[in-house]
Design a protein around this ligand. Structure first.
Ligand code: GAL
Length: 433
């Protein structure tokens, strides 16, 4: 239907309600919502941290679906570079505090989203879920991570996997490595093989701290196992006890195989060390694959993957979602954007380029590469455990303190394990405040 006919329909609905003498607030609100959903706004401002290769291409995929459906609205890309939102989140916080929100912003499912809801920044989207049929299309457990006090607050565009091991088969062959390490012991044995072959074992990106924290988050999971790892965020596993101490020894050991000068590198730079044969392994979320494909590299030939060692059968997940901030200047356009975000068309335009799987249960596997097809299967059968650095386990306060603690440890030459454990404990507490 054309937009003008929507407006006529909304107008007729108002007249019908008036004629029926309907004066309840609920009915008036429903009518307003219907009308607002359909009027075209001149602009739409979308706020993310997606600016590099695959991230930007994925976003552009959704943008083009939006433009097709909303030709009268100018799309404004307000992305701020910096993986995991390390730079974007600070800008977003000050904009939200100044009541100057974008029309929709990226937020992770889980405790990160919970933080925005509890501080009163987001509109309730439960009715949109009903009208779009999303309450039956997204997995119920995922919807739970978007729900606070029975109301749903964001639209998930994807599922990413954090615990993935990436490497370049040619480099591995040089070091005499023929199969993916399945356990932490095998991982360390292979890191030693790279070292003996004169190759840096592990690619590290220290800029912004989060990618080192991402590595630690995976090593905690591999060392503690899923239940104890989850206990860290429920208060049932101690951050300063022997389990974490043993895990941090593994982390310290892994870091000792890292590249020099990592402090200045972003995650795409560290990824290049692997694809160019300068480093062996890379522990990174599956957005790495999309990044490499955007650079013209080929999955299975130039690089390959396996579940990160010690976490086979465990899917450390995260989900990017989009919100409707209270006070958005172009609320109708924001709603139109969310409809694209939740649609099959939008998700299948976004995810193959972004390196993630669709959050919907009815996406078309044929448009996804072999890695993503495998991920779709594992997402259904693996044990699901949340990512800390990407919003599932803790709010922004926890994440900021978690990253800072790891950054301090790393830049200090990764010596003070007891100090790190204490700082992580304090980070957990910061998230509870
Ligand atoms: C994550 C985000 C991913 C990816 C990654 C690196 O937090 O969920 O979509 O962009 O950061 O920037």
């Amino acid at each position: 239907m054309r937009k003008s006919s929507y407006r006529v329909a909304a107008g007729l609905a108002v007249i019908a309600l008036l004629a029926a003498g309907c004066s309840s607030d609920k009915a008036a609100e429903d009518t307003a919502a219907t009308e607002e959903t359909v009027a075209a706004d001149p602009q739409l401002e979308i706020f993310t941290w997606w600016s590099s290769g695959g991230e930007a291409l994925g976003l552009a995929g959704m943008e083009s679906v939006f433009k097709t459906n909303n030709a009268d609205t100018e799309y404004v890309n307000a992305s701020i570079a910096g993986g995991a939102g390390v730079n974007a989140k600070a800008v977003l916080t000050s904009r939200l505090e100044a009541n100057d929100p974008p029309d929709s912003f990226q937020a992770h499912a889980g405790m990160e989203l919970d933080g925005y809801v509890k501080s009163g920044k987001l509109e309730d989207l439960t009715d949109l879920y009903k009208s779009e049929g999303w309450d039956t299309i997204f997995p119920a457990d995922l919807i739970k991570t978007l729900t606070v006090d029975g109301k749903i607050y964001s639209v998930p565009v994807n599922i990413h996997r954090a615990n993935v091991l990436w490497w370049n088969p040619a480099t591995a062959t040089k070091a005499g490595i023929t199969a993916a390490p399945a356990t932490l012991d095998e991982f360390f044995a292979d890191l030693e093989k790279f070292k003996k072959a004169g190759i840096t074992g592990l690619a590290l990106a220290g800029n912004g701290d989060w990618a080192i924290a991402h590595l630690m988050d995976y090593i905690l999971l591999a060392s503690l196992g899923s239940d104890s790892y989850e206990g860290l965020f429920k208060g049932t596993t101690s951050w300063t006890g022997p389990e974490v101490a043993a895990a941090l020894k593994n982390f310290q050991k892994a870091l000792s195989y890292g590249n020099k000068g990592a402090g200045n590198l972003d995650w795409p730079d560290a990824g290049k060390l692997v694809t160019s044969g300068k480093a062996g392994f890379f522990i990174m979320g599956d957005w790495a694959s999309a990044q490499w494909q955007s650079e013209g590299l080929v999955l299975g030939t130039d690089y390959t993957w396996a579940p990160a060692p010690g976490t086979v059968g465990v899917y450390q997940w995260l989900s990017d979602s989009f919100t409707l901030p209270i006070g958005a200047k172009h609320r109708n356009a924001g709603l139109a954007w969310l409809k694209v975000c939740g649609s099959k068309e939008g998700q299948d335009a976004f995810n193959p380029k972004k390196g993630s799987i669709s959050a919907r249960t009815d996406s078309d596997p044929s448009v996804y590469d072999d890695y993503l097809k495998a991920a779709m299967e594992m997402w259904k059968t693996d044990r699901l455990v949340g990512s800390t650095v990407h919003g599932v386990n803790g709010n922004n306060a926890l994440m900021a303190a978690y990253n800072t603690a790891v950054g301090k440890y790393f830049s200090g030459g990764f010596k003070d394990n007891a100090g790190l454990a204490k700082d992580l404990d304090a980070a957990y507490m910061a998230g509870q405040a």
